[in-house]
Design a protein. Structure first.
Length: 483
């Protein structure tokens, strides 16, 4: 009898023990809510943080009473861990309040990759604006011609002429007037959209897709007429050649029933066709690096871990490029002819991308380790530089370091030096590479005692569990011997 009870206890022990070790807290997704008290002009945000995720996820965010969804943005951040690149995503849904007041966001869950992520909700306080609030509907000026019919399919581009490598946003939307005399319904939209995207996706272009999670009407005004816009597809493309982008006309089928009069026995199939597009792609000006430099509007932030360093000791230097362009493919800064006074090791790179409508913004950070060999003042501009083409000014430009490294003495003067190319840089809860590194994990590493190892809670729990298992096995042996 005692042996049977003992065996059940062992089984239950392993049943409760294994799930605890099978999960890693660091790999769980989480939900982060924005500021809950805000003026009506500022959107409220719900962010889903997905660690170790490389695939673009489709997320169904909840609806909030009194708010309108205003699109999503996605930030992708690759991080080097033990020599492996782990990509984490932050998907953010924006909500715009209709009127000031107090609103209740009830508890909700989001399903992602078979995992259920829960939020306790919150109470949202929307403060009135000091100035006149913007009406809920927007005026759409990108549709130049309103067809005679009260419903139409529109494929529009954010620009009609771009440079090779410059971004252009494509948006496919279906518009229907508020007084349209038919009730429309989409049929097999996913299948139709797959065929449409194959036609409108430009060849030889880098694509950054803007995810559309729900198909809900957006009130717009086109030439003083009220319409509802159903945004079907939106993506940003970067052409890799100087050939013009020719986007053919595409068609969408919908079912419709008359609103006035008796309903038809079978819904009528209506076909709506967009207009073709031609986007001119201009060749970059003559330059020795033409075709090999990025295109966009960029600025530089740089920082040194310490401005003063002893010869032979390493120091960390960050070269961070931020702005608008194809952030994911930005190359590392070019290395100039090296001299014997310092060693510059190849950089580690990480980037963060934000999808915002018809443009891609973000930053890419290159972290160098520098070892000086001679005393004196060392200008980092003599070792690295970053060349790019600015389409707004139609010229090539170069981002050069402005910091200087002081080598000599005992290195006791630990001073963080920082240079920011733009004073308007803003971060959202993110450590900016150009920010002071007084709280860096490497600060004071020279004075640490490596013989004192910290206690790992997980290792301690595993050790205790192993001891407990061993004791239980010994008890089982004693019981068997006595029987």
């Amino acid at each position: 009898m005692f042996f049977v009870i003992f065996r059940k206890v062992v089984v239950l022990f392993f049943c409760f023990l294994l799930p605890g070790f099978g999960q890693s807290i660091d790999n769980l997704s989480s939900i982060e809510l924005g500021v809950t008290t805000f003026p009506i002009e500022r959107p409220f945000t719900i962010s889903l943080i997905i660690p170790n995720s490389e695939t673009r996820a489709t997320v169904a965010f909840p609806d909030i009473t009194g708010f309108v969804k205003k699109g999503t943005s996605t930030s992708v951040t690759p991080v080097e861990v033990d020599g492996k690149t782990l990509t984490s995503q932050i998907i953010t849904q924006n909500y715009q309040a209709k009127v000031p007041g107090r609103f209740r966001l009830p508890p909700f869950t989001i399903m992602i990759n078979g995992e259920t992520v829960r939020s306790e909700g919150a109470t949202l306080v929307v403060q009135p604006s000091a100035s006149l609030s913007v009406p809920g509907s927007a005026t759409l000026n990108t549709v130049a011609i309103v067809p005679e019919g009260a419903a139409f399919l529109s494929l529009r581009a954010s620009r009609q002429a771009i440079y090779m490598g410059e971004e252009v946003g494509l948006t496919l939307s279906f518009f229907v007037a508020d007084n349209y005399p038919y009730e429309l319904s989409f049929q097999a939209l996913d299948k139709q959209l797959q065929a449409i995207v194959k036609k409108i996706r430009p060849a030889n272009s880098w694509e950054e897709n803007v995810p559309i999670n729900d198909l809900k009407p957006i009130p717009v005004i086109i030439r003083k007429k009220k319409f509802r816009e159903f945004r079907i597809f939106q993506s940003v493309f970067f052409p890799l050649s100087n050939q013009s982008l020719r986007i053919p006309a595409v068609s969408l089928q919908l079912n419709r029933q008359p609103v006035i009069g008796p309903p038809a026995s079978q819904p009528e199939t209506a076909v709506f066709t967009s207009r073709p597009l031609v986007i001119s792609v201009k060749t970059l000006p003559v330059h020795p690096l033409r075709g090999r430099v990025p295109v966009g509007t960029f600025q530089l932030e740089e920082a040194l871990e310490r401005q003063y360093v002893v010869a032979g000791k390493s120091v960390r230097y960050t070269f961070s490029v931020f702005g608008k362009g194809n952030i994911a493919t930005l190359p590392a800064p070019g290395s100039l002819a090296g001299q014997a006074e310092i060693d510059v090791f190849p950089p580690e790179a990480k980037h963060t991308i934000t999808h915002g409508g018809n443009e891609i913004t973000g930053r890419k950070t290159f972290t160098y380790y520098i070892v000086p060999h001679q005393n004196g003042s060392i200008s980092l501009a003599n070792y690295v530089q970053w060349v790019y083409f600015d389409p707004q000014r139609a010229r090539y430009d170069t981002l050069r370091p402005q910091l200087q490294l002081q080598v000599g003495g005992n290195g006791s003067g630990v001073a963080t030096n920082m240079n920011i190319a733009s004073s308007s840089a803003v971060t959202n809860g993110e450590t900016v590479p150009g920010a002071p590194m007084v709280n860096s994990i490497y600060a004071g590493v020279e004075g640490m005692d490596s013989t004192r190892q910290p206690v790992s809670v997980s290792v301690l729990i595993r050790s205790m569990a192993n001891v407990l298992i061993l004791v239980m096995l010994l008890g089982m042996v004693v019981v068997l011997v006595r029987k």
